[in-house]
Design a protein. Structure first.
Lengths: 216, 318
């Protein structure tokens, strides 16, 4: 018991990863997913997937700001939960919504922009999730980091997918768009914080205003 | 009210083979089995029956539309619908509308008519004996229901107020009262909700002003005191809580075509051939079923209404 094998932060991350799935399962069994449970599950899994992607993107700036370096080591798990929920989202769409009827699916939504954007985002997530094992991290070395920068492209794709999936029009700010606007704002902030001057500013903010961090 | 109802004027034309479907209950059972196989059932509650808010006549629940499809449950009809004046969450409308007062209710009929007047819903019910009309409702979001409305043809009211020869369209307006309809405080939509029909559409016998549902009153969340039902058009045309009906010479603006003219047109006839950038209009999910169904042209009412649009390009006039 001298050295815990799992840190509190790790515990929280995995708990957070499991809670939405458990909630959805409970709601499903209790018939609490509205009269149209398949659509509701599609929305919940999509929203959860995007949330985990953004949490994963938040680790680096949060570590820079707080000096808590362990945050950067939880990025991968958060991103993987994002992928798992995205996979659930896509599976529900194909298997439940369309009952695996690929002809009907392609006829109905094959050319829809929001589906194409979602599909692009999902396809791009696959190489990231499949190289998340330590084996690949070691094997790819520097390229691993480069590859995983794809998430900078994936997250805006998903936000666009979101905007086009709701009833409303972002161009004249009308309709049911407050939630996608919120997600777009968070995504933009997290991506902007990658720009070197802003990155530096974050670190300065900590060194100037926050107490120095004990070395680990 | 139920016993004064006349029978449905839509004739049962053909008997379609019973649609093969899994009910929602089966779906949930299947999910339960899945959970069981994951050895999780020990810590899960048994499947809970949803509380039935239904005080509606159980005999009506056994009825079908003229194609042989059963009506949806009172609970699904009244707890899953779009009513953005309350909330954009379909399952949240009923709760937020619980205190909304649907009676007394008045509607002002004005514009290009010889006899402009304000009517109370009570008076309308007395004047025009309520009929039961079992209609399919197809939402532009690609879900659908079968709903036993109670009401009277709009044509009767129009006859009473005598549209002038200049009248070509009918414009409808929903109540604007942000105190009672909380989402009207939000600026995302150009409230009040407005809708419109061409005069011949408005005069069609299928076009209903509904004052009731499932043999009873029209619940607040379903559009009470008074709503429109145009069964061959997407659900958003069937405006709720109507306080104004105005006859006009020019095509009135509608809420959704104001926000997004490229997606929602004035006509909004159910049409599997005209796609929408978001939802499939070729197929739909009937609430309570697992598999999708093919969407029918004019929502299955083509025989009755297609002639209204003869010679029109319905791809342009979507
Ligand atoms: C092949 C890939 C995908 C398909 C076919 C797909 C399909 C859909 C559909 C049909 C909806 C609309 C649900 C509705 O309101 O009716 C939706 C919404 C959404 N999807 Fe996807 N999606 C895909 C990929 C993704 C990915 C990779 C993510 C995130 C990582 C994602 C996140 C979302 C979000 C956030 C929404 C909005 C949910 C809401 O309205 O509350 N999707 N998707």
């Amino acid at each position: 018991m001298s050295r815990p094998r799992i840190t509190p932060l790790q515990f929280i991350v995995h708990l957070a990863g499991g809670v939405p799935a458990a909630q959805m399962l409970f709601a499903l069994l209790a018939d609490r997913l509205t009269a149209n449970p398949i659509q509701r599950l599609e929305q919940l899994t999509g929203l959860t997937a995007l949330t985990f992607l953004l949490l994963s993107l938040a680790c680096t700036p949060a570590a820079a700001l707080s000096g808590w370096q362990e945050l950067t080591r939880r990025r991968k798990a958060l991103g993987n939960y994002g992928f798992l929920y995205a996979a659930l989202h896509v599976s529900i769409f194909i298997a439940l919504d369309y009952g695996l009827n690929l002809n009907a699916l392609l006829r109905d939504v094959g050319s829809k922009r929001y589906i194409l954007l979602g599909a692009a985002a999902f396809l791009l997530l696959i190489p990231l999730a499949s190289t998340s094992f330590n084996y690949w991290m070691k094997r790819l070395g520097k390229n691993w980091k480069r590859l995983h920068r794809l998430v900078y492209l994936i997250s805006p794709l998903v936000v666009l997918h979101f905007f086009l999936a709701v009833k409303g029009n972002p161009l004249n700010l009308s309709g049911n768009i407050s939630q996608p606007i919120l997600y777009a704002a968070i995504t933009s902030l997290l991506l902007l914080l990658r720009l070197p001057p802003l990155k530096k500013a974050l670190i300065q903010l900590r060194t100037r205003w926050l107490p120095p961090v004990k070395p680990a | 009210m139920a016993d004064q109802l006349k029978s449905n004027p839509v004739k049962p034309s053909e008997i379609t083979p019973k649609h093969v479907y899994l009910s929602r209950r089966d779906f949930i059972k299947a999910a339960g089995v899945l959970a069981g196989s994951m050895a999780l059932t020990s810590c899960l509650p048994q499947t809970v029956e949803p509380p039935s808010a239904s005080t509606a006549d159980p005999a009506i629940a056994k009825k079908t539309d003229e194609l042989g499809d059963p009506v949806n449950s009172f609970d699904d009809i009244t707890h899953y619908n779009n009513y953005y004046e309350f909330t954009t969450a379909k399952e949240g409308v009923a709760g937020l509308a619980a205190k909304f007062k649907t009676s007394p209710w008045q509607v002002e009929v004005s514009g290009l008519v010889s006899q402009p007047r304000t009517f109370s819903v009570e008076e309308l019910i007395k004047r025009y004996p309520p009929e039961e009309r079992i209609y399919r409702l197809r939402c532009v979001e690609a879900w659908s229901m079968v709903i036993p409305w109670v009401g009277f043809p709009l044509a009767k009211l129009l006859q009473e107020v005598e549209p002038t020869s200049a009248a070509k369209y009918v414009r409808f307006e929903t109540l604007f009262n942000p105190e009672e309809m909380p989402a009207q405080k939000e600026k995302w939509y150009p409230w009040p909700y407005q809708e419109g029909l061409r005069l011949d559409e408005a005069r069609h016998d299928l076009t209903l002003l509904a004052t009731g549902l499932y043999g009873g009153e029209l619940p607040a969340q379903s559009g009470g005191g008074l709503r429109l039902v145009v069964p061959w058009k997407y659900g958003f045309k069937s405006i709720k809580a109507i306080v104004k009906i105005e006859l006009t010479a020019t095509q009135p603006a509608t809420l959704w075509s104001t926000i997004q003219p490229g997606e929602y047109g004035f006509y909004a006839n159910v049409n599997p051939q005209v796609d929408h950038p978001r939802w499939s209009q070729a197929s739909e999910r009937r609430i309570g079923e697992l598999a999708r169904r093919e969407t029918l042209p004019f929502n299955g009412y083509a025989e009755q209404v297609a002639e209204l649009y003869e010679g029109m390009d319905l791809r342009k006039n979507y």
